[in-house]
Design a protein. Structure first.
Length: 293
């Protein structure tokens, strides 16, 4: 057995174990499946043990693999902490900063803010991770997150920003065809574009005071961009935060008598990187823009 463990191979083993297959682990690491397979095989050869057994299309840890996993997770945590500490000591205003936000915010609100950032710090390269999933800042899946839920991890620093109102919107063309609703009865004759395909989405809208029924749901998507484009193309109505709708001139707010849905916003960063000058600059600029919004 080789006493020197290659971290690249160990990281490949960790990704495969956590994601359940070589293909999923490779996607998480940005590798090809054959490359990750070679890394895992090389680690097994170095250790002299079999780490995985194939069950159907999935890989299952062997007892030796189970024993290894706890140790490799500690290695991963140490590597993440080292990278985070190094990032926090960087004084360079040139380099990459990653921001994660919902796909709708990333598409319709964030670009205008990045124009201002380019003028202020042209050496910063921004990586926008447009995702409705909560990315793990502790594992450097992003440097800064714009979230609608407060983080629970003590290692994360979050700034609570003003709640953002969300209203009902439709395209002008759709309203020309269907008529602008004036009453709740009018509204319930419209087609609604939802974010959830099951009844929980309707229940959530009702709890916020929006009189949407299951019969109104004519299309759904987990993607905010897809939902918003369907609305823009005249497929129906939906609820959207004002920061997005304000940057979309071909939509119209409807039913002003219905109270807005107030959406919480948290700007989050790992405490180790808040002293990094370029990350701090981007963080402060985002905070200022969200305050204005």
């Amino acid at each position: 057995m080789d006493k020197n463990i290659d971290w690249t191979q160990a990281r490949g083993f960790l990704a495969t174990a956590e994601h359940g297959s070589l293909s999923a682990g490779a996607r998480a690491l940005g590798l090809t499946q054959p490359t990750l397979g070679r890394q895992v095989a090389a680690l097994e050869a170095a250790l002299g043990v079999v780490l995985f057994e194939r069950v159907g299309r999935s890989l299952v840890l062997t007892p030796a693999g189970q024993d290894m996993l706890a140790h490799v997770r500690r290695m991963g945590a140490a590597a993440d902490a080292l990278a985070m500490a190094a990032a926090g000591r960087s004084d360079n205003l040139e380099g990459r900063v990653s921001i994660t936000a919902s796909d709708a915010m990333s598409a319709y609100w964030l670009p205008a803010v990045l124009v201002d950032l380019r003028k202020t710090a042209p050496g910063i390269i921004v990586d926008v991770i447009a995702s409705n999933a909560v990315r793990d800042l502790q594992r450097r899946e992003a440097d800064i997150a714009i979230r609608h839920v407060a983080p629970k991890q003590p290692e994360l620093i979050a700034r609570k920003l003003p709640d953002v109102p969300a209203y009902l919107y439709a395209s002008a063309d759709y309203l020309y065809e269907k008529g602008t609703p004036q009453t709740l009865a009018d509204f319930q004759q419209l087609d609604f574009i939802g974010f959830d395909a099951d009844a929980s989405g309707v229940d959530a809208l009702n709890r916020h005071g929006l009189p949407v029924t299951a019969a109104m749901i004519r299309a759904t998507s987990a993607s905010g961009v897809a939902v918003w484009e369907m609305v823009r193309q005249g497929l129906g109505v939906t609820v959207m935060v004002e920061t997005v709708a304000r940057n979309t001139p071909d939509v119209v707010r409807i039913m002003p008598q219905i109270a807005p849905v107030m959406v919480s916003t948290w700007l989050t960063v790992h405490r180790e990187v808040q002293t990094n000058r370029r990350i701090r600059l981007v963080y402060d600029l985002l905070a200022e823009a969200l305050e204005r919004a």
